[in-house]
Design a protein around this ligand. Structure first.
Ligand code: ARG
Length: 469
């Protein structure tokens, strides 16, 4: 039976039920709905709406229901046909305690109830996501430590053309930076998730003298919302969560793309392990980087879910409207898929094979040092613009002769620029090229070693912070 039958004469149509019911997806909120109900019963007790005996009975029954629903084997929600999770919990409560169960909804509306449930659920998931981001960072830092020890060099790219060599550990830390920002963004969003709408009633505030701040604290929120109209219709916290998830997904898509490229035969820099790749049903030689491709591909749904919610919210009049029921599936979907992606990052990285020699050969093709050739000329007194031109002419000459830049003889170089001396060859070596980038954030090996250390301690802090959330 629906929660609102009194005013109605006729039955609802099956088609309307199919359109309107949210139980098929909002059932994931069942534990939060019960927790919210326990806190509400206590609040009604404190407001002297319920006797302490009634509160005790309701609480005991709700706890019993909670234990039953928390266990997959005994849970009944999957086969229930109630309108939504709130109707389910209320009906089951009445089945357990009888008439008393009907008192629980005093002064409460499903409007403040659903907003509370979703906030409780979101807070829990954001905390878990932060933990997973920290773990993903940890795996990148571990790879950075491992490859720092080998001084592994990677050709750095711009426009996907070889630009300048960088340490592979520097590349790892670039992704750590992105994920650290995601971690902070989720943490910032969490503060606004943890505001309690309960006690806002349908839209105007409950008519019972409920201590909303005490109620908020009972539920682990930091405060009670300031405005009831806003509280029942505010879905900013979902918007922000989806936005953080989408951006994190975009970062993972870039990591995925680098892994895909680097593991192709054309690059041959890395090999992904069997644990995260698949074969082809037709081409026996294939090893496809599916996990990395899904890191790239899932970003589509994460962005899509943000747009789904934004479109639903745009232009909605105050306060609650049934459109808001559409907030849940994008949220659940993004949290689920981002969790999968984050969990797969360590799985991909801890088993990766790094082809250090191949990377080094690609980085040391001679041309990645062209900037350094120009810098050498600058030190010999040539203005940078002219030096850039001369380095370009020398690059062309080397290409014509089919040799790397450092494969030109000193005479061949001097024909183009007589100010070049014999010390140029040392200048163009990988070692020199890397060590010259000795600025904050640069790829100089000691700078990177310090950055790896800093990142390791930051990750420790993140893991600690995420578990203290
Ligand atoms: N299933 C609804 C939702 O998800 C619950 C709130 C219903 N409120 C109402 N006034 N009908 O939004």
């Amino acid at each position: 039976m629906a929660l609102w039958g009194g005013r109605f004469d006729g039955a609802t149509s099956a088609l309307f039920k199919a359109l309107n019911d949210s139980l098929p997806f909002d059932r994931v909120l069942v534990l939060e709905d019960i927790d919210g109900s326990i806190a509400w019963a206590k609040a009604l007790g404190r407001a002297k709406v319920l006797s302490s005996n009634e509160v005790a009975k309701l609480t005991a029954a709700l706890k019993k229901l909670r234990a039953r629903e928390a266990d997959e084997k005994t849970s009944r929600i999957a086969t229930a046909s109630d309108e939504d999770v709130h109707s389910f919990v209320e009906r089951e409560l009445i089945a357990l305690v009888g008439e008393l169960g009907k008192k629980l909804h005093t002064g409460r509306s499903r409007n403040d109830q659903v907003a509370t449930d979703v906030r409780l659920w979101t807070a829990g998931r954001v905390i878990a996501l932060r933990g997973m981001i920290a773990r993903a960072c940890e795996s990148l830092v571990s790879l950075a430590e491992q490859e720092s020890a080998h001084a592994t060099v990677l050709p750095g790219y711009t426009h996907l053309q070889r630009g300048q060599p960088v340490l592979l550990s520097h590349w790892c830390l670039a992704y750590v930076e992105m994920l650290r920002r995601d971690f902070d963004r989720f943490g910032d969003a969490l503060q606004r998730v943890r505001v309690s709408p309960l006690g806002s009633g349908a839209l105007a505030g409950t008519a019972y003298p409920v201590d909303r701040e005490a109620l908020a604290k009972d539920l682990g929120f930091t405060s009670a919302s300031r405005n009831s109209l806003d509280a029942v219709s505010d879905r900013d916290f979902i918007f922000e969560t989806l936005s953080c998830a989408a951006l994190c997904g975009v970062h993972l898509s870039r990591l995925g793309e680098d892994l895909i490229l680097y593991s192709s035969s054309e690059f041959g820099f890395i090999q992904m392990s069997d644990a995260v790749t698949s074969g082809s049903s037709l081409m026996p030689q294939k090893k496809n980087p599916d996990a990395a491709e899904l890191l790239r591909g899932k970003s589509g749904r994460l962005l899509g879910n943000l747009v789904r919610l934004a479109t639903t919210l745009k232009g909605l009049p105050l306060a609650y409207n049934k459109d808001l029921q559409e907030d849940k599936e994008p949220l659940f979907d993004s949290v689920h898929h981002l969790s999968l992606c984050l969990a797969v990052v360590p799985e991909c990285l801890k088993r990766i094979t790094i082809n250090r020699e191949r990377m080094k050969t690609a980085a040391d093709d001679g041309f990645s040092a062209a900037t350094d050739l120009a810098d050498y000329l600058v030190r010999a007194g040539v203005p940078f613009r002219d030096a850039h031109h001369t380095a370009g002419v020398m690059t062309r000459r080397a290409l014509e002769l089919g040799v790397p830049l450092h494969g030109l003889t000193l005479e061949q170089m001097r024909e183009i620029e007589p100010r070049i001396g014999g010390d140029i060859f040392k200048e163009l070596s990988l070692k020199a090229v890397l060590s010259k980038r000795n600025v904050k954030g640069g790829t100089n090996p000691s700078r990177v070693a310090a950055a790896v250390k800093e990142a390791r301690s930051a990750v420790k802090g993140m893991i600690k912070a995420a578990s203290a959330d």
